[in-house]
Design a protein around this ligand. Structure first.
Ligand code: HEM
Length: 399
């Protein structure tokens, strides 16, 4: 029997989907975390497709109240009608054209980063390309200096990675409260940083996304300072670590499935399919959270109101009731209606950018390196955060 990617790299068994396992029930109560877990595909679609029944605002159910100044404008946590209004406003600035126009610059940054390794027999994909590329791109797009990226990394690490999974269990309360308290300081620092840049754009507009956000107007309404800061901070955070995971995971998948890598190398029209399949097979954001607003029935289970529901996107993306051969990594899979970017009103606003960065970077990597393989002597390091799936170190050999 061949070794799977998960076996080869010893992926934590708690990431059960990576090992071809699914819970017996697509909807179940997880007593250890005191929340409901939805792992079935259709059930997940039902939850994220119903913002009335399943709110994205978990604040009322959390053990600590975050400062509202830090959450106003955080699109991901909003419900209709406020969500609709804000998404309309920011979509005016962050358009498909704005993203598409970035293609030459993404290619240029990728080439410059890879030039550092010209002629080398080994390099680390994450530190060398997958981490810096998206940070530089999102920083330049917003109009904040890419050279400040060490700061963004510190904030992102504090706000986003290394967190324990959300739990409402009594025993986990102290840890959860400490985790939330630790985030207050970096969130405030980041807010002040973005606000200073936004204030500058109000005085002196430039050709950047921050200026577009400052100027965006729908029905006579503009973003407030708090909305602007929180949305721009969200982009800065969501805009980098996610694409880092996407690139690392895609290369890891192609390494573990050499016949698929050969297919892609022989036919570059398959690159977008490889990116989509990587998002299905190694979903970067493994879980989302929602709060029930009323009693709901789903997957034959009744969930009372005011319960936290975790939607296990990664597991849903391998649900055998939905997918033919869910455990097979298949770059030609078509259609591929994975949930890796979410679904419905909160569908990832950055998906076109993530897809573009993935496509451009993967093509250039394949052009530059006729051989690209993991190093049996130096294993990839996986990110510890339980709700994400990605590598923080990926040493590669080029011969
Ligand atoms: C929303 C995944 C890249 C910005 C989401 C959601 C998912 C997701 C699952 C839905 C959240 C929910 O329903 O609660 C991903 C993945 C990415 C990626 C897997 C890369 C592979 C990006 C990038 C950006 C971005 C590059 C920005 C530049 C956003 C924003 C939202 C969002 C602003 C909130 C949309 C809303 O609530 O209306 N993303 N994302 N994402 N993503 Fe991404």
């Amino acid at each position: 029997m061949t070794t799977t990617l998960a076996e080869r790299w010893g992926i934590d068994p708690q990431r059960f989907w990576m090992h071809g396992r699914q819970p017996e029930q697509p909807v179940r109560f997880d007593g250890s975390r005191q929340l409901w877990a939805v792992s079935g595909y259709l059930e997940a679609v039902q939850v994220i497709g119903d913002p009335q029944g399943f709110s994205s605002n978990l604040v009322p159910l959390l053990p600590v109240d975050p400062d509202p100044a830090l959450t106003d404008g955080n699109l991901i946590q909003m419900d209709p009608p406020d969500h609709r209004e804000l998404r309309g406003l920011v979509s005016h600035a962050f358009t498909r054209k704005v993203v598409a126009d970035l293609e030459p610059r993404i290619a240029e940054v990728t080439r410059e980063l890879l030039d550092e390794f010209a002629g080398q027999e080994r390099f680390d994909l994450i530190t060398g390309l997958a981490y810096p590329l998206p940070v530089i791109v999102i920083a330049e797009l917003l109009g904040v200096p890419g050279s400040d990226r060490q700061l963004f990394k510190e904030w992102a690490d504090a706000l986003f990675t290394n967190q324990s999974a959300l739990s409402l269990a009594e025993d986990d309360l102290a840890e959860q409260q400490a985790g939330l308290a630790d985030q207050a300081q970096p969130a405030q620092e980041m807010g002040e940083y973005v606000l200073a840049h936004a204030a500058e754009r109000r005085r002196k507009p430039r050709a950047d996304l921050l200026t577009k956000l400052v100027e965006a107007e729908v029905d006579g309404k503009q973003l407030t300072d708090a909305q602007l800061v929180n949305f721009a901070s969200l982009l800065l955070l969501a805009g980098h670590i996610t694409t880092t995971m996407l690139l690392g995971n895609t290369v890891l998948c192609l390494d573990a499935h050499p016949e698929q890598q050969s297919l892609v190398r022989a036919n570059r029209a398959l690159v977008p399919g490889a990116i989509e399949e990587s998002v299905r097979f190694m979903t970067p954001f493994t879980a989302l959270y929602r709060a029930t607003t009323t009693e709901v029935e789903i997957g034959g289970r009744r969930i009372p109101e005011k319960q936290v529901v975790t939607v296990q996107l990664a597991a849903a993306n391998r649900d055998a009731r939905q997918w033919a051969d869910p455990m097979t990594f298949d770059v030609t899979r078509d259609p591929n209606p994975h949930l890796g970017f979410g679904r419905g009103i909160h569908f990832c606003l950055g998906a076109p950018l993530a897809r573009l960065e993935g496509r451009v970077a993967l093509n250039i990597l394949l052009d530059r390196f006729p051989v690209l393989r993991t190093d049996p002597a130096t294993r990839p390091q996986f990110m510890p955060s339980p709700d994400s799936m990605g590598v923080s170190e990926l040493p590669l050999l080029t011969s």
